[in-house]
Unconditional design. Structure first.
Length: 152
């Protein structure tokens, strides 16, 4: 009996085994999708746009990420980062190199091995933000564990 036939027979007889096989297949496809995202130019562009949208507040605080490259996610290289507000650009950072350990985040620890930039230009002071009353707090809150930061 072949290995495939034995696995097929075990899956039919034991629901736990079939769930485990389905979970394994899902993890493999998820990892393959993440690899395609991080190692293709279009995937990296989509990731950069996602990060820009997640960080920015239109008209108040906008971040523009240049081209992402390197061995993502551990060795991130960014050609240019521009930060602007309602008046215009106020910070430009060029040729950023970030070497870090993303798996350490699973242990609530941020470890940055190195962070370098060729050029760091503060063009002016950022414009003050308009004071808005704080939004009312909802009863449901999310609590995150403390994050240990290790800069070497």
């Amino acid at each position: 009996m072949s290995a495939w036939a034995r696995l097929s027979s075990a899956v039919r007889r034991r629901p736990f085994v079939s769930a485990l096989v389905a979970l394994s297949v899902l993890i493999v496809f998820l990892l393959a999708g993440i690899s395609i995202l991080l190692y293709s130019e279009s995937g990296r562009n989509a990731l950069a746009r996602y990060l820009e949208n997640a960080i920015s507040t239109p008209g108040e605080f906008e971040v523009d990420l240049g081209r992402l490259h390197g061995t993502l996610p551990a060795e991130v290289r960014i050609d240019r980062v521009t930060v602007s507000d309602s008046v215009g650009d106020w910070l430009v950072v060029r040729d950023i190199e970030l070497d870090w350990s993303p798996l350490d985040l699973l242990g609530a620890r941020l470890r940055v091995d190195s962070l370098r930039a060729r050029e760091f230009a503060i063009l002016r002071r950022p414009a003050p933000r308009a004071q808005t009353p704080p939004a009312p707090r909802s009863r449901s809150t999310v609590s995150l564990p403390p994050l240990e930061i290790d800069l070497q």
